[in-house]
Design a protein around this ligand. Structure first.
Ligand SMILES: C[S@@+](CC[C@H](N)C(=O)[O-])C[C@H]1O[C@@H](n2cnc3c(N)ncnc32)[C@H](O)[C@@H]1O
Length: 239
């Protein structure tokens, strides 16, 4: 039942999620994910809980179409939008539930990343073990996950960066988008209420490091990100 509610809740979110792209701290987070992944041509990368495929789009731009991306998400609406945006031959999109065994053989990916998803899963430890299973030895996992239940806490830092960089076009776009941000805030309140009901996982650094180690990952780096809202972890599967 809780799983069904979660699936239903993500479908309308697919119409709002691209607003995140406007946020300067999110742009910075995507760049940090790109750097942490340390991608090489020909590598196979899994975006676990890909949403509308925005991070893959950026990574593809950075790697000039030389990397193969697979995006999975439980929401059909998210997957349809991701597919419509990313038409290259090096993309593959499929519906899959991260609470279940993943539809991939052992050691099939060089890199896995999972942004803003882990907190919402039924058994994060199980999903991390699945990431470990499908990674090749020496493969890298990058996880960004909120440590608080208040994603809007990123907005003050967004405005601080706009004024620091005198990014007036971004200020204008943000102002035009304010009604949508209000809708997003309301939507986040609904998500929060649902989260409290279904016990989401907001890990601190120590806790995230602990469950990564339990899944047999070697933690390479773990630090705050996304204006302190997230923890960003980089971990390696032993070779
Ligand atoms: C906040 S969005 C993040 C999307 C994307 N990673 C990003 O950062 O833009 C969370 C995503 O996780 C997906 N999701 C939630 N639970 C899931 C599950 N059990 N299996 C697969 N995807 C799931 C949702 O459908 C949604 O697209």
């Amino acid at each position: 039942m809780a799983t069904l509610i979660k699936k239903m809740i993500w479908a309308p979110y697919s119409h709002l999620i691209d607003l995140k792209l406007l946020l300067l701290p999110f742009q910075e987070l995507m760049l940090r994910i790109f750097l942490a992944l340390d991608l090489l041509p020909g590598q196979k990368v899994l975006d676990a809980g890909c949403g509308t495929g925005n991070i893959c789009s950026l990574l593809d731009l950075k790697t000039k179409g030389t990397v193969f991306f697979t995006g999975i998400d439980a929401s059909e609406s998210m997957i349809n939008k991701a597919r419509a945006k990313n038409l290259g031959q090096n993309f593959s999109w499929q519906i899959a539930d991260l609470n279940q065994q993943l539809p991939f053989t052992n050691k099939s990916f060089d890199r896995v990343f999972c942004c803003h998803v882990l907190y919402n899963l039924a058994k994060p430890e199980f999903s991390l073990a699945e990431f470990h299973r499908i990674l090749k030895p020496g493969g890298i996992l990058v996880v960004a996950t909120p440590q608080t239940n208040n994603p809007m806490a990123v907005l003050p830092e967004h405005f601080r960066q706009i004024f620091r960089q005198k990014d007036w076009p971004c200020l204008k776009k943000t102002c035009y988008s304010l009604p949508w941000f209000v809708l997003l805030a309301v939507y986040n309140l609904i998500l929060s209420a649902q989260s409290t009901a279904s016990k989401d996982f907001f890990y601190g650094e120590g806790e995230l490091a602990g469950i990564l180690a339990k899944a047999n990952f070697q933690v390479l780096k773990i630090q705050p990100a996304y204006a302190g809202v997230d923890i960003l972890a980089v971990a390696k599967k032993g070779g």
